[in-house]
Design a protein around this ligand. Structure first.
Ligand SMILES: NC(=O)c1ccc[n+]([C@@H]2O[C@H](COP(=O)([O-])OP(=O)(O)OC[C@H]3O[C@@H](n4cnc5c(N)ncnc54)[C@H](O)[C@@H]3O)[C@@H](O)[C@H]2O)c1
Length: 248
């Protein structure tokens, strides 16, 4: 699919991977990129970058963990632009400074709501509009944590494994609705999420991994997301982007 002239939604677009994807979509000629995030100030910076590439950037303050808010954001996007072609379900949160099982019950529920429930619901809500627009692509940001036990981030890893399995089960939607659902599974990416995983910087267990690998960049992941958007055979695809060992 050619991105030029298309309407896209990116969740978690205020910074990190979401910002990089929003900018990459604009650079590829998207007509409009809807920036759905809870961080208004940072999202405004993304909007400026998207605008520099000629796309209409629409800031939609949205907590994707809230079903009504997600519903409103997708409905209003379709009303405003008359179509929807691309959804990047990217917003995500981890345990934060309190590892599993110290993490509170409330935070555990929020991780499930943002990382998994919003991906399922967003896909459900975007399906009909994308189908009506002649078909398109939904790409989730899962994680390499989907495939490896991650004891300090057990809830996070479980939600990402759920996203991978959900993606595979959505493969037939390409035939029934013209919507290709896929996901990208990054290793460690240099973003604020990593920096905020511990008190005053990366969590010690994460720092040990960071010391051993070359970090990926948000732009590299955005490139893979765009590959999946464009690829006519991406239905059900689960694409891992792994870290290379740090060179001596
Ligand atoms: N950074 C990594 O190493 C890494 C690795 C694998 C997967 N991921 C995944 O990539 C995605 C993006 O992560 P990132 O590294 O860019 O993190 P980030 O923290 O820099 O960006 C995440 C964005 O999501 C937004 N967000 C959080 N909760 C939200 C909510 N309820 N509603 C709307 N927006 C919300 C944040 O405000 C932020 O702008 C996440 O799903 C994350 O799990 C990250």
């Amino acid at each position: 699919m050619d991105v030029a002239g298309k309407v896209a939604i990116v969740t978690g677009a205020a910074r990190g991977i979401g910002r990089a994807t929003a900018v990459a979509l604009a650079r590829a000629g998207a007509r409009a990129v809807v920036l759905a995030d809870v961080r208004a100030e940072a999202a405004a910076e993304t909007a400026a970058l998207v605008g520099q590439h000629g796309a209409d950037a629409w800031l939609r303050a949205t907590d994707v963990g809230s079903a009504p808010a997600l519903h409103r954001m997708i409905d209003e996007t379709v009303q405003r632009y008359g179509a929807l072609h691309i959804l990047h379900n990217n917003a995500g949160i981890g345990e934060g400074a309190d590892d599993w099982p110290k993490v509170s019950a409330e935070r555990s529920a929020a991780i499930v709501d943002v990382n998994l429930r919003a991906v399922i619901l967003g896909t459900r809500l975007a399906l009909e509009p994308i189908s009506r627009a002649g078909g398109g692509a939904i790409v989730h940001t899962a994680s390499g944590a989907a495939f490896t036990p991650l004891p300090p981030q057990a809830v996070y890893a479980a939600t990402k494994a759920g996203v991978v399995h959900f993606t595979r089960s959505c493969a037939p939607l390409a035939d029934t609705h013209g919507v290709r659902v896929s996901c990208v599974c990054p290793g460690l990416v240099s973003t604020d999420m990593v920096q905020e995983s511990g008190p005053g910087g990366p969590a010690p267990w994460l720092q040990a991994i960071i010391d051993a690998v070359e970090m990926l960049t948000p732009e590299e992941i955005a490139g893979r997301v765009l590959d999946l958007v464009r690829d006519p055979d991406s239905a059900g695809a689960v694409v891992s982007v792994e870290n290379r060992p740090r060179s001596a």
